[in-house]
Design a protein around this ligand. Structure first.
Ligand code: G1P
Length: 290
């Protein structure tokens, strides 16, 4: 199965850092966000990855390409562990890059992947959220092989955060699988049909592409993937499962990005102790300032 990762966005929330650098290349300690997403797909056995890019995104292409000069340099200086790190990612992935010439929204970005997809089911993974250690993509594949329909990963969010996500109303069908009854893009807390948010991992039957073609601009004047899913629901069942909120790390806004960086750094043996000490001292110092 192929996967699509839309990476054409401007990254305006992180300007000026993202003026000349794609937001997907922002590091979580020492690995760019996009590599975490690609590794999630690789862990589920997906190697054919269609990246929907735009101008200013060349660094992503370079990241998944070979870099013979760097490899030769690391080899000469005996840095074999780093050499392996650098080599591995370019050798495991078969990337296809398609330019989205105009940015008309997430739904439009997914539709742009059509020439690379054929009439086959495919996965979509969004770059803003890293889902760690939950085998989310594998779970989607196994639900798809049982039900033969589209599958979404959902996670519970506090009521005051529903307006940041696509929100779904579901009904259980057994074994931790749910059927989607309704889905709305970024509703207000009053309008939200539940607190179950779309985490940004989807598996679609090709029917979604027909729906996307007919989807008019929605929220924010953009062609919304969520609106196409709502249209898909009129024709086919769509299934879902829940991901533990503790494994979901948002990197799409400054505060959540910083929380994610700190969490990931505290998981690293070589950084943990010093960083914990620093954070404790920093807080104590701030508390003592009147
Ligand atoms: C997109 C989707 C939304 C989903 C979210 C997950 O929104 O439109 O339905 O819940 O990703 O990150 P964005 O974060 O691009 O505004």
């Amino acid at each position: 199965m192929k996967a699509v990762i839309p990476v054409a966005g401007w990254g305006t929330r992180f300007l000026p850092a993202t003026k000349a650098m794609p937001k997907e290349m922002l590091p979580l300690v020492d690995k760019p966000v996009i590599q975490y997403i690609v590794e999630e797909l690789l862990d589920a056995g997906i190697r054919d990855i269609v990246l929907i890019t735009g101008r200013h995104k060349r660094a992503i292409e370079d990241h998944f390409d070979l870099n013979p000069e760097l490899e030769a340099h690391l080899e000469r200086s005996g840095k074999f562990e780093l050499l392996e790190v650098v080599r591995k990612i370019s050798r495991l992935v078969n990337p296809v890059f398609i330019r989205q010439k105009e940015q008309k929204g997430l739904g439009h970005a997914v539709l742009t992947a059509r020439p690379a997809l054929g009439n086959e089911p495919f996965v979509v993974a969004l770059g803003d959220i890293v889902v760690k250690g939950a085998n989310t993509v594998s779970r989607m594949l196994s639900i798809f092989s049982e039900y033969g329909r589209s599958v979404l990963a959902l996670f519970e969010v506090p009521p005051d955060e529903v307006s940041k996500y696509g929100i779904a109303k579901v009904c259980p069908v057994g074994d931790g699988v749910y059927r989607i009854e309704e889905v709305v893009e970024k509703p207000s807390p009053e309008e939200a049909p539940s607190n179950l948010a779309v985490v940004g991992r989807y598996l679609f039957t090709p029917t979604i592409l027909e729906k996307l073609e007919k989807t008019p601009p929605g929220k924010g004047g953009e062609i919304q993937l969520t609106d196409a899913i709502a249209a898909l629901l009129e024709e086919e069942e769509v299934y879902a499962f829940k991901v533990d909120p503790g494994s979901v790390f948002d990197t799409g806004n400054k505060l959540d990005y910083l929380k994610t960086v700190i969490t990931f750094a505290l998981e690293r043996e070589e950084l943990k102790e010093e960083l914990e000490r620093f954070l404790r001292e920093l807080l104590n110092r701030q508390r003592s300032i009147p």
